[in-house]
Ligand binder design. Structure first.
Ligand code: ZN
Length: 359
């Protein structure tokens, strides 16, 4: 049986990299933004960036990265427009590996390597090679932000990089308890992946590694029921998992306990942690589950979009509209040129989630 866990929509690293910031809440569905706002790297190099331009974004756009998302099924990855895996130094001791599948966060230092997520199983050899350009130390910790195989598929291959380096001989694989429970019972016909051996079921878990405080926060019922975000306190970087997917509508996995309110709560938690530098640029960097490196202002924009669409759907539900009527009303219409992914699937997940939590 093929188990589809995420919608698969082609997403470009270069898209949305320099859309001018604006107050999305002031746009009504009938005043759709001009398609031309959606600037590509070729078009965005000069005036389109305006005051929102930052050096980090400029560097990010110059990287030869064309595509980031993969179909996240238990059985089969998608083909990618860019089969390579790229290394992007982020800040402090944190880097990110960007390519087909979910982003992989790397914290490296004298004690070894800590990873947040491990990407698709199929790209694991490339992940190992890319990791070795950052550090030849042992992998001592892996944090899985959630259960989906485009974030956990490389667990087995990357955990082997810790084996010859006792003690411990095998990395601690940290995740919320719900991740372990789901991995221990994979869909029929699928092999159980290497699952977490260090679970937590409290609001957060903290540890110190490479002289850095690292806090793993559980975000209940968001993208799934087992989401974690990871804060690297000295490096000032948050690894967000699929709660945050800039330029792409969030996928809310209702079947695995996700909810729109949980996504909003998770985004607000990231905003609580993040502190920008002057002019709201830079400061805390946020590594999304898929997509380009971001800062707090990017999370604000995404959080506002999710919240506004949630409120519109809620209003339509209050008017007694059916799912089909809500979809026909196009509550995400003015965002559809800015966000890839299926608006209908997003609206449906929001609708069903709100119906479920209604008294
Ligand atoms: Zn996911």
């Amino acid at each position: 049986m093929r188990m589809q866990t995420e919608t698969c929509n082609r997403f470009s690293w270069r898209t949305h990299s320099c859309v001018p910031r604006r107050d999305s809440s002031r746009r009504l569905p009938e005043s759709s933004p001009a398609p031309g706002l959606d600037t590509s790297v070729e078009a965005a190099g000069t005036s389109a960036c305006g005051a929102g331009f930052s050096l980090r974004r400029a560097l990010a756009r110059l990287l030869p990265i064309a595509a980031l998302l993969a179909c996240a099924t238990w059985a089969q990855p998608s083909a990618s427009a860019d089969p390579e895996l790229h290394v992007l130094p982020v800040q402090g001791s944190v880097s990110m590996l960007v390519g087909d599948g979910g982003n992989i966060t790397v914290q490296a230092g004298k004690d070894g390597i800590l990873l947040v997520d491990t990407g698709l199983a199929q790209i694991a050899p490339k992940a190992v090679a890319a990791l070795r350009t950052i550090s030849d130390g042992p992998v001592r910790y892996i944090v899985n932000t959630h259960v989906h195989p485009d974030h956990t598929g490389g667990n087995e291959a990357l955990a082997k990089l810790g084996r010859d380096n006792p003690p411990p001989t095998f990395p601690r694989i940290i995740a919320h308890l719900a991740v372990q429970e789901r991995m221990a019972a994979p869909p029929p016909g699928n092999e159980a992946p290497v699952w977490p051996n260090d679970t937590y079921s409290t609001p957060y878990k903290d540890l110190s590694f490479n002289n850095e405080a690292i806090v793993v926060y559980h975000i209940p019922a968001a993208h799934t029921d087992g989401d974690s975000i990871v804060f690297f306190r000295r490096s000032d970087v948050v690894s967000a998992g699929d709660i945050f997917t800039p330029g792409r509508y969030p996928f809310i996995d209702l079947e695995r306990g996700g909810s729109v309110q949980g996504i909003i709560n998770g985004l607000n938690k990231i905003l609580e942690i993040a502190v920008p530098l002057k002019y709201q640029e830079g400061g805390t960097y946020v590594i999304p589950g898929h997509g380009r490196l971001c800062d707090e202002a990017d999370v604000v924009e995404f959080r506002d979009m999710v919240t506004i669409v949630r409120d519109r759907v809620q209003d339509l539900i209050k008017k007694g509209m059916s799912l089909e009527q809500v979809k026909a009303a196009k509550p995400s219409f003015d965002y559809d040129t800015q966000y890839s992914g299926s608006p209908d699937a997003f609206v449906e997940a929001v609708y069903k989630g709100l119906q479920k939590q209604a008294p």
